[in-house]
Design a protein. Structure first.
Length: 413
């Protein structure tokens, strides 16, 4: 019986460094050239905040372009025959909250498109609403400016994740409706909420999933055989901010559960959320922590939809910045990306990790600006090819750049 196992395609064979335990430091020396091809980007100058999504055999790239200091557009392009096609505009606006960590994203389900922007709701710095844009299959134009939440509080709403779900979209977000100051000066906590959005942009089945979360770390979601799962950075009364999961099982949401007790105590948001990928009931998650004052990126696996997890695998430490991404290459192998910082520069890295903890050589996809404005690099896979996107800053301008790397199918007994 043959089983397809994908490997990152390199000019030379990958040098596997063996099974790494969490306490060990992964090898980082690159000993061969990476078979990486830069692609022609559909984004123009003054572009940033890329997001790549792949659903079955359709891959989309979205990004933001600045018209001037106050006017922005969200654009997207489709991948065809391994190349990005022409840019298309979703929406233009002048009253948006445009942020390096909380950025617009796009999703697709059977020809139906969904995207969002963050629109200012008051003069407060972090007062903004999530507004959806939808383009049902065969529609000629986008319907824009649809409200995701209806609490009407001038508070923070963002850090959205979305995934195709049945004939609609599963959407979750951080919701600050309880953070408004009351008459005695008290403020509530940031919450995690979720619901199902129809292809026409109507929210149904809305529910609060966690009453107290970290304020500004990205959320991530996936659909398992059991139902949707959401991973996010939680927050306890003692300011422990580890990664938690909530799962929908038989139509009911479970209580939040920590995927691994890092015990990271931090009195502020690190702005560094997790990423998850599902294949049936197999989950792989990646995240950043600096618990015990030791920055590191870790990956963890589950074979029961997130009810239980294995011990974490250490991917990188020392100079890591986090900003992770992860996806399945096959049932036994995942690909993880992250950022490292050294001498004022940031390095967009990628590595293969097997369920048993075996790591490939880490490879550098791009050298980037080391500040926050470099944002969160993106990674996706379609038909045996990895696609990457990141923001490149040069002098006073920026541009979304893209690249691809073949994945070789190897047959094993």
């Amino acid at each position: 019986m043959q089983k397809v196992v994908y490997r990152l395609s390199l000019v030379l064979f990958l040098l596997c460094v063996g099974c790494k335990k969490q306490q060990e430091r992964p090898q980082k020396k690159e000993v061969a050239q990476l078979d990486l091809q830069e692609m022609k980007s559909p984004a123009k100058a003054m572009s940033s905040l890329p997001h790549i999504v792949s659903n079955k055999d359709l891959t989309l790239l979205s990004w933001v372009e600045a018209v001037n200091d106050s006017v922005f557009t969200v654009k997207y392009a489709q991948l065809q025959d391994g190349e990005w096609q022409g840019a298309q505009t979703i929406i233009m606006g002048s009253d948006w909250f445009v942020n390096w960590a909380d950025y617009p994203i796009i999703a697709e389900n059977n020809g139906h498109l969904w995207s969002h922007v963050l629109k200012k709701s008051s003069k407060g710095t972090y007062s903004y609403d999530i507004q959806m844009n939808v383009k049902p299959r065969n529609a000629q134009e986008w319907t824009t400016g649809l409200a995701l939440h209806t609490d009407a509080t001038p508070t923070e709403h963002g850090f959205v994740s979305v995934t195709p779900y049945k004939d609609a979209f599963f959407v979750n977000w951080l919701d600050g409706r309880n953070t408004m100051q009351n008459e005695v000066g008290e403020r509530g906590a940031m919450t995690l909420r979720a619901g199902v959005v129809s292809v026409a942009g109507k929210l149904v089945q809305e529910q609060e999933l966690d009453a107290s979360t970290c304020d500004c770390c990205q959320t991530t979601s996936a659909i398992t055989d059991n139902g949707p799962v959401v991973l996010y950075r939680d927050r306890t009364e003692d300011e422990v901010r580890d990664i938690s999961i909530v799962r929908q099982v038989q139509g009911q949401w479970t209580a939040p559960k920590t995927i691994h007790a890092d015990n990271w105590v931090i009195k502020g948001c690190p702005v560094n959320g997790p990423k998850v990928s599902a294949m049936g009931n197999n989950l792989v998650a990646a995240w950043f922590t600096a618990a015990q004052e030791t920055p590191r990126v870790q990956v963890i696996f589950s074979d029961d939809g997130g009810e239980h997890f294995s011990d974490p695998v250490l991917i990188a430490d020392e100079h890591v910045m986090g900003r992770v991404d992860v996806l399945w290459a096959d049932e036994e192998t995942a690909v993880v990306s992250w950022m490292e910082s050294e001498a004022g520069k940031a390095f967009f890295k990628v590595m293969q990790v097997d369920r048993n903890g075996t790591l490939s050589t880490p490879w550098t996809i791009a050298v980037m600006e080391g500040s926050r404005k470099s944002g969160f690099p993106q990674m996706e896979i379609e038909e045996g090819t990895l696609y990457f996107a990141w923001t490149d800053y040069t002098d006073d301008t920026s541009k979304v750049r893209t690249a691809k790397m073949l994945v070789t199918a190897l047959a094993t007994e």
